[in-house]
Design a protein around this ligand. Structure first.
Ligand code: FAD
Length: 392
């Protein structure tokens, strides 16, 4: 089968790209290895940046978001010295987040793509991508019944995450990988309970970081820093709540609303950036192009930012043959990606103390508290924080 643009992966990157291409009259197909129900129920991100909301609104993709998304503007930091809140609506560029679970966004984008007549193949795994140095790349797929198929296109958009076929298709040495293992793990929990506070809660504690983020009126996300290699099932619910209460200083700042743990996973804080994020006819977007630690909630937002820039460039190339914007794709995206990486890295150092003991650990703990104190007391630091926290 032959289409101008083949998109691998139906996450936020692939689905935003597909919808923008269809709206501009560029034919494309999306190939997704998992089933529709799976991608529409996969809970991950929830905090959408102002730029993401703009992209969705300008392209008529925001019906669910405007009906059910909730504006969010405050984060609270708890630490040994007390608690302070930052209302970022009043800081920096006065932007806010919109809280809308990623799986709901994905479901909306799937529905819109299909309603616009888009070709979206679920249960279709891409097994190989070849011929990327020419102008007729080939993509091989296998569906759930084991049937294999070959696709050709002019361009391939690799939106299939860090373990997808697109990264595997890059020849050795074609791109450079810059990587950082932050040596921090989070037990990521989805809990059947209303949020315990309005704000996003970040708790810095000698037992490790704990986080609280609203998702919906009935479901809340919590994070607990845990040792590397933790089996997520090895923490009982009693232990989870005891740690959350202690680290979030619930006795001092108010109780947590408990409920059954619906989902749990251990997330390793890792980041990488590929450079360039293109090779021949293959253009990478989202987690396939670079992985960012979830400490500053930027992954889905970078995916949408890249999808918009790539869509514009592909529309121009397919309609007019002018590939100048495609040639600039990496250079247009990477400075923003690095800025987001820098902020996320700073957040990791803000939220996590050293794990060991001794003079060096004491020194690092001192730096961490100085960072918090600067954020608590300096208006210019708060403005800088707000600009980077909500911005891309
Ligand atoms: P994905 O959403 O991973 O989609 C890739 C798709 O490709 C998947 O559907 C996959 O099934 C498919 N695929 C893979 N391989 C193949 C193949 N061989 N063939 C065909 N299809 C394939 N980000 C934020 O912005 N804000 C947050 O608050 C936030 N919180 C997070 C919390 C957690 C616990 C986690 C894990 C992540 C969080 N993120 C957050 C990150 C965010 O979820 C990701 O960055 C985002 O999903 C990236 O979108 P994507 O489209 O690039 O990739």
């Amino acid at each position: 089968e032959d289409v101008p643009v083949l998109i691998i992966g139906a996450g936020p990157a692939g689905l935003v790209l597909g919808n923008l291409l269809l709206a501009a009259g560029v034919d494309c197909a999306i190939l997704e290895q998992r089933g529709r129900a799976h991608v529409e129920q996969r809970a991950r991100a929830g905090f959408l940046a102002a730029n993401t909301v703009r992209v969705l609104a300008e392209n008529g993709l925001d019906a669910g978001l405007s009906a059910r998304g909730k504006e969010h503007d405050t984060c609270a930091f708890r630490y040994p010295g007390g608690q302070f809140e930052l209302c970022y609506r009043k800081l920096g560029r006065a932007e806010v987040h919109t809280v809308y679970p990623q799986q709901h966004l994905v479901a909306d984008l799937v529905a819109e793509f299909l309603a616009r007549g888009g070709d979206l193949r679920f249960d279709t795994e891409v097994t190989a991508v070849t011929g990327l140095d020419g102008d007729r790349p080939e993509v091989a797929t296998r569906d759930a019944g084991g049937v294999t198929r070959r696709w050709t296109s002019r361009y391939v958009a690799g939106c299939d995450g860090r373990h997808g076929a697109s990264r595997r298709a890059l020849p050795p040495g074609a791109v450079r990988r810059h990587r950082r293992d932050h040596d921090v793990s989070w037990l990521a929990l989805l809990v059947q309970a209303p949020p315990s506070m309005e704000a996003v809660g970040y708790a810095v504690h000698e037992r490790g970081f704990a986080g609280h983020m609203a998702r919906t009126a009935e479901v809340t996300r919590y994070y607990l820093q845990c040792p590397r290699g933790t089996d997520p099932m090895s923490w009982s619910e009693d232990r989870i709540w005891a740690e959350l209460h202690q680290r979030m200083q619930a006795e001092t700042f108010g109780p947590l609303r408990e409920g059954p743990v619906l989902e749990r996973a251990v997330v390793q804080m890792e980041s990488d950036v590929l450079s360039p994020i293109q090779f021949g006819s293959l253009f990478l977007a989202g987690d396939a192009a670079g992985l960012i630690s979830p400490s500053a909630a930027k992954g889905a937002n970078l995916a949408v930012m890249e999808a918009e820039i790539l869509a514009r460039a592909l529309v121009l190339a397919v309609h007019t043959g002018d590939s100048a914007a495609l040639a600039r794709y990496s250079a247009d995206c990477l400075p923003r990606v690095w800025r987001a990486q820098e902020f996320s890295h700073w957040m990791i150092n803000l939220l996590h103390g050293p794990t060991g003991t001794g003079e060096e650990a004491d020194f690092l703990r001192g730096l961490q508290l100085a960072r918090l104190e600067s954020l608590r007391s300096s208006r210019s630091h708060q403005d800088h924080f707000a600009e980077n926290y909500v911005g891309i």
